[in-house]
Design a protein around this ligand. Structure first.
Ligand code: URA
Length: 433
């Protein structure tokens, strides 16, 4: 067997065998398969696809390329949750403590943001002193002692994905369903949870631009999860406008805290409750989703969810007092208000544009390794469908550096207004299990 034969087989749309896929992945990690050969195979996969079976085999080979986290010493069902990434997506920050307040132990590994999408770790790192890099044994101990922890992926997990992702990034091969599905699922499977919940974002601010491709990605990941014997459920949710109101690290953390105080934006709270009730069902804690939502709301209103967040912060070395004193968080020194240029209904708020502009402010990374400004970002004052009058506040820009002269113009270009009332937007399109 050699790599050129394998590339040729995929080039001619043939299905690769387990041995061929293993040969490729092992060669990639050992260095015997060169970057240019791997890129060529990745492009053949992007163009000619992979069957569900092949995608599952690729995922397995990727999982086997490194270590796996053993969570078995933590009692109970261990649940995991992952989003394919969007703008304003701070669901994990609210959901993880909320689930912990219901009695679940949550051991979660998250990622950093890149491009227009934010990352849970950057949002958490707004908290002075909070550690996101824990050794596996300390991570497990933190979950046992404090019920939940969110850390960065340990170094030995899925090394094949690190190589493949970097190659995909520079070879135009990110947007392939089998490659995205195997990348996400290999990391979820290696992280050791018993059940997996995935939020696939669809729309302008997401990887998946249309419902058909989002559905295909969701079905592929459910297939992979099930072939590993793990209950895997997916919702497909909207990313045609930012989620909630805040974009940017500290600002999103504050919004998550406010949500646990019962004062979050409606769309964000609704998504947290939907995801939470499905996860409670996956864990066998509450089989009726309506009752699950009720339980989650009770944990918010009686303060248990907030307490669980304080515990999580304490367990990772941060100062839990910040929950009642946001001055302990980095907040940008200047706030510039953007006013509405005309009367009308908001028809569109482009999440991709606002995500990219927030990265210009320093809230996100343009390239891996960029330093983050945790205090900068946006807070929307209105959402799609709202009526606004000329000169009413539309959005606040939090910034530490001076704004370019046309920055506000660029922000306004993300908006579309109409004189007609807009139909209500769907938040969750599908639940696939
Ligand atoms: N997130 C991942 O982890 N991998 C992908 O390929 C895309 C999104």
């Amino acid at each position: 067997m050699n790599i050129i034969q394998i590339i040729n087989r995929k080039k001619y749309k043939e299905n690769l065998s387990q041995e061929e896929i293993n040969f490729f992945v092992q060669g990639l990690v050992s260095g015997s398969v060169k970057d240019y050969q791997a890129s060529s195979l990745l492009m053949a996969i992007l163009l000619n696809g992979m069957s569900l079976e092949e995608t599952s085999l690729l995922t397995k080979a990727m999982v086997d390329s490194g270590g796996q986290v053993d969570l078995s010493s933590i009692p109970g069902t261990k649940v995991d949750k992952h989003s394919t990434g969007g703008v304003g997506d701070k669901v994990s920050l609210a959901l993880v403590p909320l689930l912990a307040s219901c009695g679940l132990k949550v051991a979660k590994m998250s990622g950093k943001g890149l491009g227009h999408t934010g990352g849970t770790l950057d949002k958490l790192e707004s908290i002075p002193g909070l550690k996101i890099e824990l050794e596996e044994k300390n991570f497990i101990q933190a979950v046992k002692d404090y019920d939940a922890a969110i850390i960065s992926q340990t170094d030995n997990l899925v090394p094949a994905d690190k190589i493949l992702y970097a190659l995909r990034d520079v070879s135009g091969t990110i947007d392939s369903i089998p490659l995205i599905a195997s990348s996400i699922m290999s990391k979820k499977l290696a992280s050791g949870a018993d059940t997996i919940f995935l939020d696939v974002k669809v729309g302008r601010g997401a990887f998946m631009k249309d419902l058909d491709s989002a559905t295909s990605l969701a079905e592929t990941m459910v297939y992979i999860g099930k072939s590993y014997g793990k209950d895997t459920q997916v919702i497909i949710s909207d990313m045609n406008q930012p989620l909630g109101l805040a974009i940017g690290n500290s600002l999103e953390l504050i919004e998550a805290i406010e949500t646990l105080k019962g004062q979050g934006p409606k769309d964000f709270e609704s998504l947290v409750l939907t995801a939470g009730s499905i996860i409670l069902k996956q864990a066998g804690l509450e089989m009726d989703q309506g009752k699950g939502e009720k339980l989650l709301k009770e944990k918010i209103s009686d303060g248990s969810a907030l307490k669980a967040l304080k515990k999580l912060i304490l367990g990772q070395g941060g100062d839990p007092e910040l929950i009642d004193d946001y001055k302990k968080l980095p907040i940008a020194s200047a706030v510039t208000e953007v006013l509405c240029p005309e009367d009308g209904y908001i028809e569109e708020i482009d999440p991709l544009e606002l995500g990219l502009l927030s990265a210009d402010l320093g809230a996100g990374r343009k390239v891996l390794g960029d330093k983050i400004d945790h205090g900068s970002g946006f807070v929307l004052r209105k959402k799609v469908g709202d009526f606004v009058e000329k000169d009413q506040p539309l959005l606040s820009i939090y910034h530490n550096k001076d704004l370019d002269k046309d920055f506000v113009k660029k922000v306004l270009a993300a908006y579309k207004f109409t004189k007609e009332k807009c139909p209500p937007r769907t938040l969750v399109y599908k639940h696939i299990s």
